[in-house]
Design a protein around this ligand. Structure first.
Ligand code: ARG
Length: 229
């Protein structure tokens, strides 16, 4: 093995939470796929390391990074002031935001104010969950994954769902969930980054790879694959 700092052949264990299409999800046969997975693979290829993915619940990801059982994560994770206290992030790679979903027959929920005293479904540990908990008088129901939040909305056990807009829209479209809609404007502006343990020596490597794929057209190709029309 190398002791001179060479990264050739190095393998990073990368956490993900694959219930978040189109960013990370599993095919019927259990294969990881999505924008984040393609991006991470391209970064690894450019920077010359290998990736071993490890599925962990979203609320376990930051703890796993802190105790360094994983080297990084790719999970549509927003760079927030709170999170940078405990972990580091790569440069931002995707602009996103939290939106409100409700049933198409619900005329009362149209914006943030109308969520007062409503039951809101969220995925545990997400920025959507944080936003929901900040609303006065709302009851927050927490689910382990994002598809479960939309199911709860469909079957009426929650009145609204707060989650990343792109993910809600993709869920509605791919699941043909005709009874659901997105209302109002974005509740947050967030930028996804690739987190690592604080001060990780791998952060430079990841940022270098990310810079390369942003420059050489790989990012655009991956973006087109998942978001192009
Ligand atoms: N962008 C949101 C956040 O940073 C949700 C991310 C959830 N990701 C996932 N793979 N389940 O909290």
């Amino acid at each position: 093995s190398f002791t001179n700092g060479s990264t050739a052949g190095k393998t990073l264990t990368v956490a993900t939470e694959p219930t978040f299409p189109p960013f990370e999800f599993q095919s019927a046969t259990g294969e990881l796929q999505g924008f984040d997975i393609d991006l991470m693979n391209a970064i690894a290829q450019s920077a010359g390391f290998k990736v071993k993915y490890k599925n962990i619940p979203f609320d376990g990801m930051i703890p796993a990074l802190q105790v360094q059982t994983v080297d990084a994560a790719v999970a549509a994770m927003a760079i927030t002031a709170q999170r940078v206290k405990t972990i580091s992030f790569s440069r931002p790679y995707f602009k996103s935001g939290v939106a409100i979903a409700t049933r198409t027959d619900n005329q009362n929920i149209t914006n943030l104010d109308s969520l007062k005293n409503k039951i809101i479904g969220v995925q545990i540990g997400t920025t959507g969950a944080l936003k929901a908990k900040s609303l006065p008088g709302s009851e927050v129901r927490t689910f382990n994954d994002s598809p479960l939040t939309l199911q709860a909305l469909l079957n009426g056990s929650v009145d609204a769902v707060l989650n990343d807009r792109v993910v809600i829209l993709y869920g509605i479209k791919s699941g043909n969930l005709k009874g659901l809609k997105v209302v109002g404007s974005l509740l947050t502006e967030e930028f996804y980054g690739i987190p690592t343990p604080k001060g990780s020596p791998n952060l430079d490597l990841i940022n270098q790879g990310l810079a390369t794929v942003l420059k050489n057209g790989s990012y655009t190709k991956i973006y087109q694959k998942w978001f192009g029309t």
